[in-house]
Design a protein around this ligand. Structure first.
Ligand SMILES: CC(=O)SCCNC(=O)CCNC(=O)[C@H](O)C(C)(C)COP(=O)(O)OP(=O)(O)OC[C@H]1O[C@@H](n2cnc3c(N)ncnc32)[C@H](O)[C@@H]1OP(=O)(O)O
Ligand SMILES: O=C([O-])CC(=O)C(=O)O
Length: 383
């Protein structure tokens, strides 16, 4: 006999299958913990496709042909500008505002200016177009606020640059080297999608009420911000800085674990034997560290890694190498989680659209554990 959902409780929904999806698979062969985007292994996609190709794959279901890719890129370039009220907003926010909060508010404002905001929420083609516009605009919000909050002018986008190169240019004002673009672009491909992680789940719950794509993305941004999820890449960099030297790693990790603290950038709800994205990105960190004279951070990172594996049996997740990769690229810490968000917009949108295409309201149950049958005492007899 099957048990009713109220009788079976899975804290944190661990192991619960809450959706069917054709977007990503993180089971791997025989549950070995691989990652696939629409049937393509992440190891085969990494380095072979650009972020634009990965985003197209997630949103449209297949890898693009050269013509489809050129048209997709042209649409992204066409959407690469922010309405004046968004720029005014960025200029009016306190410079110390958390960039994830800025992004959340900016997406909310952007929704009011989307040309198709009043289309039915289940209009598949309009949702894809809205998603494409957000993929183009979110990097501009992050780069724009980054410059404004440091007293610099917002730069116009360069139409000759692809999304990754234009983002790095829009932050720094310098056209990045091919190597820098390749490393950054790879990180976006790896961050683009990850099945039913907490932020994607939040997005799917939101639109399952027949709410709109922008509302789903806003819910996802708020969910990604937390340190147990996307916020971990900023915290991971703080770990590296706090340790400061390979000689201190063993004691630092020992002390943190003794205080029952979590080592940010380690562990994963699903991958218990290692996150394949971390393995891919680590190799690129090593190369970029050599090119940029940052090898000391690599040796600190590797020592911490072996100590955490040794003391806690926890392998690193993708947020561990991405933190230092972004540091090597000269990016400031407050952009790390927003970069994750701008990359994940492709995956979030694909899930929102999939949810709306085959919708059923998400409404689980809770087991009541409070006191039963309490008499209501009249107000004048309480206290
Ligand atoms: C892209 C991403 O979002 S990947 C995840 C990014 N998040 C982080 O890196 C934050 C650090 N990691 C963690 O907090 C966890 O590993 C999570 C939340 C990601 C997944 O954890 P879960 O599998 O749900 O395990 P849960 O939170 O139940 O912890 C199980 C045990 O492992 C410990 N543990 C898990 N991760 C860590 C960690 N990074 N450092 C120290 N201890 C840890 C917990 O303290 C707990 O110990 P206990 O049983 O003695 O209380
Ligand atoms: O899947 C998860 O729980 C978290 C994660 O790795 C991601 O969102 O990339």
């Amino acid at each position: 006999m099957s048990q009713s959902p109220v009788e079976v409780y899975y804290p944190g929904l661990e192991g619960v299958i809450a959706a069917e999806t054709a977007i990503a698979n993180i089971e791997g062969k025989e549950g070995s913990g691989g990652l696939e985007y629409r049937g393509y292994r992440i190891e085969d996609l990494a380095g072979a496709v650009s972020y634009e190709e990965a985003a197209y794959l997630l949103l449209h279901g297949d890898l693009p042909t050269p013509t489809q890719l050129a048209e997709f890129k042209a649409r992204l370039v066409q959407s690469r500008s922010l309405p004046d009220p968004v720029l005014t907003l960025l200029k009016s926010l306190p410079p110390q505002t958390n960039t994830m909060d800025v992004l959340r508010t900016a997406v909310s404002v952007l929704s009011h200016f989307d040309p198709e905001i009043n289309t039915p929420v289940t209009d598949h083609a309009a949702n894809v177009r809205k998603a494409e516009r957000l993929i183009a605009q979110m990097p501009l919000v992050i780069a724009g606020f980054e410059r404004i909050s440091h007293g610099q002018e917002v730069l116009s986008s360069r139409d000759d640059l692809d999304l990754s190169a234009n983002f790095l240019y829009a932050v720094s004002g310098r056209v990045p080297s091919k190597e820098m673009v390749a490393a950054f672009d790879l990180s976006l491909v790896l961050y683009a999608e990850h099945e039913l992680n907490a932020s994607t789940f939040a997005a799917r719950v939101t639109v399952s009420t027949l709410s709109d794509l922008h509302s789903g993305i806003i819910a996802a941004i708020g969910t990604l911000k937390g340190n147990l999820h996307g916020g971990a890449n900023e915290e991971a960099w703080k770990v590296l800085e706090a340790v400061g030297s390979p000689d201190h790693a063993k004691q630092w990790v020992h002390d943190a674990l003794a205080r029952k603290e979590r080592i940010m950038g380690f562990g994963h709800r699903v991958y218990k034997n290692g996150d394949p994205r971390a393995a891919i990105l680590t190799k690129h960190c090593q190369v970029l560290a050599e090119q940029t004279g940052n090898q000391h951070w690599e040796s600190i990172a590797h020592t911490i890694e072996s100590v955490v594996v040794d003391q806690k049996k926890l392998p690193p997740n993708v947020d561990w190498p991405s933190a230092r990769l972004y540091h090597y690229l000269g990016l400031r810490i407050e952009t790390y989680t927003p970069i994750f968000a701008m990359a994940r917009t492709a995956g979030w949108s694909a899930h929102i659209i999939e949810q709306l295409d085959h919708n059923r309201l998400m409404r689980p149950r809770a087991r009541y554990i409070g006191p039963p049958n309490r008499p209501v005492t009249p107000l004048n007899q309480r206290g």
